[in-house]
Design a binder for this molecule. Structure first.
Ligand code: HEM
Length: 518
């Protein structure tokens, strides 16, 4: 498969204007997350390609690599060492402006927030969402959906005490389910996804589902499957052919098994959501208090549909977006947190010691406890930093012609804010390739913030579920560690931290463990 990506300086060279720091032609290959960047005529291996950079830049890159195990190859650092923090990569014939490192990402997404607030595309999902739903909408329709969704979820308890209590209750159900495993070996993925998904289901549909419910299992597996399929090499290939040569991408998509798996997953999610909407419609009492997100939008849709330009498709797909995001992301992070505890048993001991000292065994953890559990808090931050769940961020697009760092970028050009490069930015994280929770602690052992901790991105399209995700991570994690010790059947040295798949997302590897009651 001849890859035709090129790396180059930002837009101006594409328009024929030479960037001062760029060579006449890039004579090297590298990988940026999932994107391989090579000379167009030279097909090189996907990973481990040699990067020729000027001597100084090469040294800088080596220094950035550090010594520890890191889930990603961080080819973007190699590219930015040569081209600086802003450059263009061609996905086939589709130019994409890459932002690497904290300063460039912040300058774009915060200092020029409005201009960078458009959404770019994810080729594998483009046909299904067709710029509908909160994730992929643009312009006034997106503004309306964002405002509506934020307000609705807040009114339903997200970010409030009642929302916290729902998570505590779900964590209790999870503990019971784990007790029933009686210390046997298991892959924790499904149970974690179900527990996390139930928190979102209560917000969206007003009810939780039993862990034995087959339909619910299928939905949770479909959410995880979607994240996995869009992150595979096939998903990356579709991105490469998603420019003007779109018909090639169509052929790729329709002829492939991954495409049919992805379509199955998406239709499982959409069918489930449609069914819920229908049930709600049948029971809807417009004058009664709103019970959940679906009720809210059914009531508002009649009133505001015309004014907002958003219709049934937007609401259906927004609900699918929320169900997907509310299931696949937090559970993958929790799973990776457990793997790191198995890899570093001394870290598990220290967290359990802190939990026993500050909470004891009986009292259920609450958000108020976070301040008294600085090491646990630092660990959870380091898990998110180290994993970099969405290493390339979610593509943005320019809403207007924009001048950025001396470059004139046209309206509509896509922009990838590389969140992995921010979370591993050596200017902000010493030895970024090492897993080290203490980087988030000060000399007195108190939690220390770091402004480059941006797993949820920044600016106008910052993750809408950040607060919910952070609350879930903290409450599920502390409740499980308060009740169980995690044991691996393999010695720590045999456990790999490398993601099973690295592309749109870093998907944690599969592993087994025992939950031993404490
Ligand atoms: C560990 C968990 C999570 C991570 C790391 C994460 C990360 C992200 C990132 C990087 C973006 C793209 C922001 C951008 O465009 O720059 C995003 C968008 C979004 N996230 Fe999350 N997310 C998580 C959990 C959640 C949860 C639990 C929900 C809701 C239930 C959620 C809902 C959304 C929505 C609706 C958007 C689209 C926002 C928009 O386009 O306006 N996320 N998330």
């Amino acid at each position: 498969m001849a890859c035709r990506c090129q790396a180059g300086p930002p837009w101006e060279e594409v328009a024929g204007v030479q960037s001062p720091s760029a060579p006449a032609r890039p004579g090297w290959g590298a990988s940026v997350g999932c994107l391989e960047v090579t000379e167009p005529w030279d097909l090189r291996p996907w990973k481990g390609t040699r990067v020729q950079t000027p001597a100084g830049a090469q040294e800088k890159t080596e220094a950035r690599r550090g010594t520890g195990t890191c889930p990603e190859s961080h080819g973007e650092l190699q590219l930015s060492a040569r081209y600086g923090p802003v450059f263009t990569v061609y996905l086939g014939s589709r130019p994409v402006v890459i932002l690497s490192g904290y300063e460039a990402v912040k300058e774009a997404l915060v200092d020029q927030a409005e201009a960078f607030s458009g959404r770019g595309k994810v080729a594998t999902l483009e046909k299904t969402f067709n710029q509908h739903g909160i994730f992929f909408a643009n312009g006034d329709r997106w503004k309306y959906l964002r405002k509506f969704t934020t307000l609705s979820l807040r009114n339903l308890g997200m970010g409030k005490k009642e929302g916290e209590e729902q998570i505590q209750e779900e964590a209790h159900c999870l503990v019971e389910a784990l007790q029933n495993t009686q210390g046997s070996l298991l892959d924790p993925s499904l149970l974690l996804s179900q527990a996390v998904s139930n928190v979102t289901c209560i917000l969206l549909f007003g009810s939780r589902f039993d862990y034995e419910d087959e339909k619910f299992r299928a939905v949770v597996l479909a959410a995880a499957g979607t994240l996995k399929e869009i992150s595979t090499s096939w998903g990356q290939l579709c991105e490469m052919f998603s420019g003007p040569l779109y018909y090639l991408s169509d052929i790729l998509r329709y002829l492939s098994a991954p495409h049919s798996r992805l379509t199955d997953h998406l239709s499982t999610l959409a069918t489930f959501v449609s069914g819920q909407i229908q049930q709600h419609q049948e029971k809807l009492e417009p004058q009664a208090p709103v019970r959940d997100f679906v009720d809210d939008f059914l009531v508002k849709m009649g009133q505001e549909e015309k004014a907002s330009g958003s219709g049934h498709t937007d609401f259906l797909l927004t609900t699918v977006n929320l169900l997907f995001a509310g299931t696949a992301t937090v559970s993958a992070t929790l799973k990776y947190a457990f793997l790191l505890l198995l890899k570093y048993p001394e870290v598990q001991d220290r967290i359990q010691e802190e939990l026993s000292r500050e909470l004891g065994r009986e009292r259920a953890p609450s958000l108020e406890d976070r301040g008294r559990l600085p090491y646990t808090d630092a660990f959870l931050h380091e898990v998110q930093r180290f994993l970099a769940l969405l290493p390339m961020g979610v593509p943005r697009a320019l809403t207007k012609p924009t001048s950025f760092r001396g470059y004139d970028l046209p309206q509509g050009i896509e922009v990838f804010p590389l969140l992995g490069s921010v979370l591993h930015d050596p200017e902000f994280f010493e030895r970024p390739e090492e897993f080290d929770p203490s980087r988030f602690l000060d000399a007195d052992g108190r939690f220390k913030k770091n402004e480059a901790f941006l797993p949820f991105s920044l600016g106008k399209r910052i993750c809408l579920g950040e607060g919910l995700a952070r609350t879930e991570l903290f409450l599920f994690f502390t409740t499980i560690l308060q009740n169980f010790s995690l044991e691996s059947p393999s010695p720590p040295g045999a456990l790999s931290l490398r993601p099973a798949i690295s592309g749109f997302a870093n998907i944690p590897p599969t592993f087994q463990l025992r939950f031993r009651p404490r």
